[in-house]
Ligand binder design. Structure first.
Ligand SMILES: *Cc1c(COP(=O)(O)O)cnc(C)c1O
Length: 422
């Protein structure tokens, strides 16, 4: 199957007479004829479902589909993107460990890493995404367990040089984890450039309709966890009667541990109903990403020529700092998200947004409907103008998530809203 076909049919092969559409298995539990079978399921000696906190048939279909799309060997869905980021790190880091993350990451991930991880005893060094390989190497310590980055960062739209980060990570025997939320596997497959683990907030483009919160962790199966740096994977797990993940699960060591140990203990399980919505969204992912990217590029070019706009940040534009990296990593398009500045600062930006009719003001990005957010007056409103600049969010910044409506309607809406600020 090619990626376009995987979106539609991947992960589910109904047998004779079974439902054509992935059914919603709204059941927490599963019936067995003998207690011996249940024992074997617990020991992972047999495949099967026994409790929905660990696995569920509807969720399983989506996990298989996303693993195929990313080119990984296995995936685990979570109840939110935050839970995916949390578990992806906790699976290999514990108190006393250190990790490196680029500073250009989602605000929620930044809070998790800088505030909550500190309480867990995990120390995080944030680096400039444009850091050189030599300088990145200098940040690696004896207890560094991973490097974390975003393919296309939210909201700063930095394109990550995945190969650069992967090279340094591998030279030090540690994995690269990439948040691929904005790119999706339709625009970039980070495993092809050396990433070892991919995470997503499926609440964004993968679902694509703003219906269900969710996340996913995908394992490439390529990383060697048996190099002495990851005892959690290569020595017996006492909470799982002595299981050694690298010995007993081979290439699937990481993703199996995430499920049978951390999902078991933390319980941030997705609902089967939400997995059904996610699967429905995935069926059109290939079509949507094409249209999001084409619409956004056209809007970005239009904004660049508009007299009311002081600057436009969209990696698909030739004028953009990351256009070179975008051609390498995101050749099929750079998603629907654009940031730009409105002349006249905070007041003009707010007036402009309030005047939009088609584009709605929402605290969300990456769904089918065009939406808009003014971070300075919402998500970052507690900051002063000086602090906003330090955070890379200027007072005039408007973040637009271009939907899949007719381009002419989106442009007309922008035109009439700009007319209102004069
Ligand atoms: C939204 C988002 C998250 C968090 O996902 P939730 O589903 O909201 O928990 C993580 N990473 C990125 C890049 C995001 O955009």
């Amino acid at each position: 199957m090619r990626k376009n076909t995987m979106c539609v049919q991947g992960g589910y092969e109904p047998k004779n007479g079974e439902p054509r559409v992935t059914p919603i298995c709204q059941s927490t539990t599963y019936k067995y004829d003998s207690s011996e079978t249940v024992g074997k399921l617990f020991d992972l000696e047999e495949d099967g479902f026994f409790y929905t906190r660990i696995a569920n048939p509807t969720v399983d279909v989506v996990e298989k589909k996303i693993a195929m799309l990313e080119g990984g060997i296995g995936a685990m869905c979570t109840s939110s993107g935050q839970a995916a980021s949390l578990i992806s790190v906790m699976n290999i880091c514990e108190a006393g460990d250190h990790m490196i993350s680029t500073a250009a990451i989602y605000g929620g991930t930044m809070n998790l890493f800088s505030v909550t991880f500190k309480k867990f005893g995990i120390d995080v060094t944030f680096v400039d995404p444009d850091i050189s390989a030599e300088d990145l190497q200098k940040e690696v310590k004896e207890n560094t367990k991973l490097i974390f980055s975003e393919t296309l960062s939210n909201p700063s739209l930095v394109v990550c040089d995945i190969e650069k980060f992967a090279k340094v990570a591998h030279a030090n025997g540690i994995p690269l984890i990439v948040d691929n939320t904005f790119a999706t596997p339709m625009l970039c497959r980070p495993f092809e450039f050396g990433a070892d683990i991919v995470v997503h907030s499926t609440s964004k483009y993968l679902d694509g309709h703003a219906t269900a919160l969710g996340g996913v962790i995908v394992d490439s199966g390529n990383f060697n966890w048996d190099n002495g740096k990851f005892p959690g994977l290569s020595t017996p797990d006492e909470s799982y009667h002595g299981m050694v993940y690298t010995r007993d699960c081979g290439k699937a060591a990481y993703i199996t541990k995430a499920r049978v140990q951390l999902m078991r203990d933390l319980g941030s399980t997705p609902a089967p109903q939400n997995a059904f919505y996610l699967n429905l969204g995935l069926e059109t992912l290939h079509l949507r990403m094409e249209r999001h990217s084409a619409n956004a590029l056209a809007v970005a070019k239009w904004l660049e020529k508009n007299e009311n706009v002081s600057w436009v940040n969209y990696p698909g534009l030739e004028s953009n700092k990351y256009n070179g990296l975008a051609s390498k990593y995101l050749p099929a398009g750079t998603s629907g998200v654009i940031a730009f500045g409105v002349k006249g600062g905070r007041e003009a930006a707010m007036k402009f947004m309030d005047s939009l009719k088609l584009a709605a003001i929402v605290v969300h990005v990456a769904d089918a409907r065009t939406s808009v957010l003014h971070p300075a007056s919402t998500t970052h409103r507690q900051l002063t103008d000086e602090q906003l600049i330090a955070a890379g969010v200027s007072a005039d910044l408007v973040r637009m998530s271009i939907g899949i409506e007719d381009l002419a309607d989106i442009l007309e809406d922008l035109e009439q809203a700009f007319a209102c600020i004069k």
